[in-house]
Design a protein around this ligand. Structure first.
Ligand SMILES: Nc1ncnc2c1ncn2[C@@H]1O[C@H](COP(=O)(O)OP(=O)(O)OP(=O)(O)O)[C@@H](O)[C@H]1O
Length: 294
């Protein structure tokens, strides 16, 4: 198996960890992610100019906005892959029910990695590495979860079934390079699900897919939003240009514009809005989508 030079997602095992009081915030029962006054500039160009946002546990949120408005930059801050110039990103502590929110800026690498093991991330280009389906799904189960081969195979079969793919030995032994774009996306989702995450993050999950495959992936986003083990909703955050996804899934919509949240509410209100910022954007969404991938 060829191992990835750098993993798509930086999992690592955390030892027993006690965080000092300065790392914690007052308890916020339903908040999974809180963003306060987040700013970020690159080479003097301000991309995020003060983003404030709460995402409740179990929410399904689509982050939209024009090309280059900072959607991926925002996602990267939530994932702890970028550091804010100012402001904070706080997240629920996955190890303590209704515990204090944790400020990402003051977590050390072990603690951050520990949090990452509770999050599933599906990158735009899937971040699969050269190898078999089983290699891709099993790597972190082995390295982080310390599962043995039999349990890894069992889990792989379960998550493949959850994403509507075969779970035969032949399929598990197949190489991911041979898969279509839609199947590769399903494998990336299956890999994320295998870690039994409490949050799922998707960066433009339907970009580059044909309309039929895109609608299947949209449905998959909805089905994977619910944890099949206990029927509880995970927290799902989707960065997207896909108007069909909004129509189909009717999520809470967060729109970024000029570095701030310019709309935050149900899809129905977004759809009905006559705002001179939202209306033209919404009408042009399919054009944006096509233009980005022509
Ligand atoms: N690491 C970086 N270094 C320099 N500039 C960056 C970096 N990451 C993002 N940017 C810039 O920040 C701006 C926002 O980028 P981002 O990728 O978040 O946009 P987006 O809203 O996701 O766009 P799209 O919908 O086209 O993917 C762009 O101008 C981009 O060039």
């Amino acid at each position: 198996m060829e191992r990835p030079p750098s993993p798509g997602w930086p999992f690592a095992v955390s030892g027993g960890w006690v965080y000092p009081a300065c790392m914690s915030e007052p308890s916020a029962p339903d908040v999974e992610i809180r963003i306060e006054g987040l700013t970020k500039a690159f080479d003097g160009h301000a991309v995020l100019r003060g983003v404030d946002l709460d995402i409740q546990a179990g929410a399904f949120v689509a982050v939209v906005g024009g090309s280059g408005c900072g959607k991926s930059v925002l996602l990267n801050h939530i994932l702890g892959l970028m550091q804010p110039d100012s402001g904070r990103v706080l997240v629920a502590d996955p190890t303590v029910a209704e515990g204090p929110l944790l400020d990402l800026a003051v977590l050390d690498a072990d603690r951050m990695s520990d949090i990452h093991t509770h999050w599933g991330v599906v990158f735009q280009r899937n971040a699969l590495f050269s190898g078999t389906v089983l290699d891709n799904i099993g790597l972190w189960l082995e390295e982080v979860g310390h599962l043995d081969a039999a349990d890894i195979e069992k889990m792989a079969q379960r998550v493949l079934a959850a994403v509507g793919l075969p779970s035969s030995a032949d399929f598990l032994a197949g190489r991911v390079e041979a898969l279509s774009g839609g199947m590769a996306k399903r494998i990336a989702i299956a890999r994320a699900l295998a870690m039994e995450p409490r949050c799922m993050f998707f960066d433009e999950p339907t970009t580059g897919l044909d309309p039929v495959t895109a609608s299947q992936i949209q449905d998959l986003l909805l089905s994977t939003h619910v944890d099949e083990r206990d029927g509880k909703a995970r927290t799902t955050v989707v960065v997207t240009h896909d108007k069909d996804l909004l129509y189909r899934l009717r999520p809470r919509v967060v729109m970024l514009h000029e570095g701030r949240v310019s709309f935050d509410g149900p899809f129905e209100a977004f759809h009905a809005s006559t705002s001179p910022i939202i209306r033209p954007y919404f009408e042009l969404m399919p054009v944006l989508h096509q233009r980005g991938h022509s």
